[in-house]
Design a binder for this molecule. Structure first.
Ligand SMILES: *Cc1c(COP(=O)(O)O)cnc(C)c1O
Ligand code: SF4
Length: 337
């Protein structure tokens, strides 16, 4: 036996999910080829985008209908010509806070909760995301930095919950996550750990045994908040990932973004919430789009958004109706509408 095989720490082979991640689509042309987008249809799309390139896992692309530029999943990941325009009222930094930076390791606080930006990386680039205008998507987490940030919370007795956000915290390795959770567990006042993640949807193999074991072993209540906008995003592999996560979590919630032509109708929102409920996930927030340059094609007017949620309320049990919210700078919470 070689030394390497006796001592796995000397040589860590990529895991299944890391290998799949490395095989994702990273260019519009490759994605359009795979989806058999006709030359005619390509004229309506962008072939590249410098700041915010195409990123789509193969698992997600497999759920998109071929040569259908109106497919609700395709619309979320394919750069449209409209992205090049900035309409009045749209900004590169919609939250308009001069010190607003999404650098990894930075903590932001609401009362009782501390949100840690763990990594800038995502396994998908959602075209409506506010992160699209920042050129530093892939920034790595600095270990010293987050240890210090979590350590500082020891002097803050009011913090009951630590939220790992990003980017996507599940882009971190199981080892990095276990280290981080270990540090959070040392804070005696903290009882809950929350994960904000889209990985169970876009790369379900990420929910591997090592992750499940780490979460199961934690003394903290685990809350998983996924991000899915359409029932077509839920296939059998996603369902399995969610069921596995549910076994090690205290609560599973979904936040969605209300997006024109993707899910801005009663049928799509009803199916979204019913299908995820069947896999143990309740709706949490329905976000209005942040007014970020290049995203106006996804905007849904507030009055229409309210009418949609009202229609949901009339035909669904209360627990399947999400809270319609928007984000505004300088507030102590999301703003309910
Ligand atoms: C959105 C957000 C949270 C979480 O808010 P909830 O309403 O508890 O989901 C926490 N901290 C910050 C800074 C946030 O932006
Ligand atoms: S997964 Fe979330 S953070 Fe990442 S690009 Fe999509 S919306 Fe933005």
């Amino acid at each position: 036996m070689s030394i390497i095989s006796q001592n796995p720490s000397l040589f860590e082979a990529p895991t299944v999910w890391q290998k799949q991640l490395s095989q994702m689509f990273r260019s519009a042309a490759d994605l359009y080829d795979y989806l058999e987008i006709s030359q005619e249809n390509r004229k309506k799309l962008l072939l590249q985008h410098e700041n915010f390139p195409v990123r789509v896992t193969r698992a997600y692309a497999a759920r998109i209908r071929k040569n259908d530029i109106h497919d609700p999943l395709f619309l979320q990941v394919a750069p449209q010509r409209a992205e090049l325009e900035t309409l009045p009222g749209y900004h590169t930094e919609p939250l308009e806070e001069s010190d607003y930076v999404i650098e990894p390791g930075v903590l932001q606080k609401y009362q009782g909760r501390a949100l840690l930006v763990t990594t800038g990386a995502c396994a998908i680039h959602c075209r409506y995301c506010f992160r699209r205008n920042f050129p530093y998507q892939e920034h790595r987490l600095n270990q010293q930095r987050w240890q210090q940030q979590i350590g500082n919370l020891a002097g803050d007795p009011g913090i009951r919950e630590v939220i790992l956000s990003g980017g996507d915290p599940l882009m971190l390795s199981n080892q990095a996550l276990a280290d981080m959770i270990g540090h959070v567990e040392q804070l005696s006042q903290v009882s809950t750990l929350r994960l904000h993640t889209r990985l169970p949807i876009v790369l379900p193999t990420r929910i591997d045994q090592g992750l499940l074991d780490t979460l199961a072993a934690s003394s903290l209540d685990i809350v998983v908040v996924i991000h899915s906008n359409h029932a077509n995003e839920l296939d059998d592999s996603v369902a399995k990932a969610l069921r596995d996560l549910a076994l090690v979590s205290t609560a599973m919630l979904n936040q969605a973004v209300l997006l024109a032509d993707v899910n801005d109708n009663v049928k799509a929102l009803t199916e979204l919430n019913q299908r995820y409920f069947s896999e143990g996930v309740l709706p949490y927030y329905l976000h209005l789009l942040d007014k970020v340059s290049g995203t106006h094609q996804f905007a849904v007017p507030v009055q229409r958004a309210k009418a949609l949620v009202e229609a949901l309320r009339q035909q669904l049990p209360g627990y399947l109706v999400p809270k319609l919210v928007t984000e505004a700078p300088g507030h102590a919470s999301k703003l309910p509408l």
